[in-house]
Ligand binder design. Structure first.
Ligand code: CA
Length: 411
């Protein structure tokens, strides 16, 4: 599918993608999509009658948040995306001088991408078997690495939404309480074990009612799209604080989201069979069909001098618990979902050591330092380092991607 807009080779933003985002430029902030390196302002599209055949409220895109648009339902968001796919194609009806003379099109280098959703509640799962196993081996017992509940339910916890930021936002190294190895009293100071977690997050686009359990067969109706997610973690703080209630200050200081919501329609051709689940799960967690997705995921560390090292190449297809099971489990007790809620997968580790999704695993609790091209080593993330995550799907000449999920650590 070609566009009249130039699309560089290996661009995340082909005509098969058309993700939703929000951009700012001067005093303007609006909902947008992207083709190649061109930002397309959807408010200006509406003003210029591009969406005249779609039943859209006025000014629905004249916003920096997608929540109201997502709440209109998938029929509307699908219609808008399909309309853009037609209009922006080579020889499509937007390929004319009148439209090109409007304020619809902007170069991606001239805009700032904004966090495109008002996130209500954020939930983080722990759904990669390889990650849970690795952590279990490191901190407990290789023979009993998975806790007894892990193969029976998608373990998760409620996180904090206020500190979720868009890619490019600097991240402060958090202070906190830690217990030194062999020590008998805690100390206070900056974390010495700042880590990333490679995750994919899903955005809820349809609300459910309190008391309503969403079946695995209905779950996809509630999911608007996917984003990359770096769930920054302070391991030393985490180790001391997490007993008995789980993660708190080791997690809630920051998480970084990529700027684009890739729709479930765009992800559709990249469905992938998930791992076999044994033992058999309870009935409410059973599902039909193919519910995993083949999304390549990479993590690079870039030093303040620009030296770059790839430290992970994982894939979303490894997830043990799929998003439909996560949603069914999340609502089985009657917990309601709201538009703009964010559900993150948990760290996505693959079966081999080059596919681990956190420094904790890559450097194996500090015992296997990563050698950087400049001769320095990393067991965790240093001040000045940028952690850069990418995600993309590729099949039969069709490629889509998520854009960057970057964060630089400042002391
Ligand atoms: Ca996490």
């Amino acid at each position: 599918m070609d566009s009249f807009i130039q699309i560089p080779k290996d661009s995340d933003f082909t005509m098969f993608n058309l993700p939703y985002g929000a951009y700012g430029k001067g005093d303007v902030a609006a909902i947008c999509t992207r083709v190649g390196d061109t930002i397309i302002d959807l408010h200006e599209c509406q003003v210029n009658n591009v969406f005249d055949n779609i039943d859209l409220p006025r000014d629905i895109f004249n916003s920096r948040y997608l929540n109201d648009f997502m709440a209109l339902g998938k029929d509307i968001s699908k219609a808008v995306r399909q309309r853009l796919q037609r209009g922006l194609s080579l020889g499509g009806d937007m390929d004319n001088a009148t439209i090109k003379n409007t304020d619809i099109f902007h170069s991606s280098v001239d805009v700032t991408m904004l966090l495109p959703i008002q996130i209500g509640d954020y939930t983080d799962f722990y759904s990669s078997r390889e990650h849970a196993y690795n952590v279990g081996v490191m901190f407990r017992d290789p023979a009993n690495a998975l806790l007894p509940n892990w193969l029976h339910l998608p373990v998760g916890y409620h996180g904090r939404a206020s500190s979720i930021v868009v890619s490019g936002t600097p991240i402060h190294r958090p202070n906190g309480q830690t217990m030194p190895d062999g020590g008998d009293k805690p100390v206070f100071g900056p974390t010495k074990q700042l880590d990333f977690e490679l995750e994919v997050a899903f955005v809820i686009g349809k609300e459910s009612k309190m008391g309503q359990a969403i079946a695995t067969s209905e779950a996809e109706d509630y999911i608007f799209g996917a984003m990359l997610f770096n769930d920054w973690s302070a391991r030393d703080i985490q180790k001391w604080e997490y007993v008995p209630l789980g993660p708190f200050l080791a997690k809630n200081f920051a998480s970084t989201l990529s700027p684009w919501i890739v729709t479930m329609d765009a992800l559709e051709p990249f469905r992938h069979v998930g791992p076999i689940q044994e033992p058999e799960v309870l009935d409410y967690l059973k599902f039909k069909g193919i519910k995993n997705y083949d999304i390549n995921l990479t993590v690079d560390i870039i030093t303040k001098n620009g030296v770059k090292k790839n430290v992970s190449h994982s894939n979303f297809k490894y997830m043990y618990w799929n998003i439909c099971q996560q949603l069914a489990h999340h609502t089985v007790n009657g917990c309601n979902l709201r538009v703009g809620d964010l559900l993150a997968s948990g760290t996505i580790s693959g079966p081999t050591s080059d596919a681990y999704g956190s420094m904790l695993e890559i450097a194996w609790k500090g015992s296997k330092p990563v050698l950087m091209p400049d001769g320095t080593t990393r067991t965790f993330i240093l001040d000045g380092d940028t952690v850069s995550m990418h995600g993309w799907c590729e099949k039969n000449g069709r490629r889509i991607g998520f854009g960057e999920c970057d964060g630089t650590i400042i002391g």
